[in-house]
Design a binder for this molecule. Sequence first.
Ligand code: NAD
Length: 273
Amino acid sequence: MGKLDGRVAIVTGAAIGIGEGIASSLAKHGAKVVLSDRNKEVFETTRRLERKGYNVVGKLMDVTNFDQVTSVSKEIVHDFCRIDILVNNAGIGTVGLIERLTEEDITKTLEVNVKGVINCTRAVIQNMKANLYGKIINISSVTGVLVSDPGFSVYGASKGAIMGFSKSLAVEVGKYGITVNAILPGVIDTPMFNQGIKTSFSKPPLDVVKSLDKGIPLNRIGTTDEIGEVVSFLASEESRYITGTSITVDGGSTLSECAGLLLEGGLAGLGKN
Ligand SMILES: NC(=O)c1ccc[n+]([C@@H]2O[C@H](COP(=O)([O-])OP(=O)(O)OC[C@H]3O[C@@H](n4cnc5c(N)ncnc54)[C@H](O)[C@@H]3O)[C@@H](O)[C@H]2O)c1
């Protein structure tokens, strides 16, 4: 018996990265999972998960296209009768100093990272309300909510917006048995992360990862299945009294007040061990 047996889930941006990890974890725990993405690589990912014996279906869906999102949601309800779990994961990582970002960069980031979440939620909410059951899990970030770095102002704004949306929606739909929560991932090893370190640093990517690892109390960056397992918890009955909040999954990377000093050799007087 899996904790998600009989549940129907849709994951956005599931072709690669965290979305694939989430889809895999939900399916492992027994859910029927619709992997959706704007990229047709989603079908190859779906086949890979099918080969593991998971109950999965792939759909092409761009979260910024409300008509497409509505029609995919209708197909899922037609084929599987219901949608129990929505994971709003699709996102893009725009990095750049505020004066250098183009109008297009800004609009695209907000369209995918904020409007995309709203579109998918609008498309499934009637079905969840009718069933008096639903689990909505939004993938935000530690960036913009707990910490940030130069170049992340617009991305951070988009991820902060997800928190406001999750809390406000949780208040609105709680009486229908629907919970809404967010996950704040720290640094997770995905194509988005790897692209980011290639474009933002002149050092070889492996050296950047080693430096990052040193600043994380658990001494390593995270994996996509580590996000997937927390999503599965929020999608299950184990979390039934949790709504309108967030879980940080960052290996402790946002904890240190003196990370810079520690990286330079430690605080005076603490000694070595
Ligand atoms: N990787 C990290 O370190 C990290 C940290 C914090 C938060 N996040 C968040 O986690 C989520 C997934 O990130 P990732 O690192 O796996 O990214 P990724 O770039 O590796 O994968 C993102 C997926 O989303 C899809 N996608 C992008 N735009 C879409 C659209 N308009 N419609 C449908 N699909 C779309 C892409 O095709 C891709 O398959 C994002 O919301 C990201 O902001 C990532």
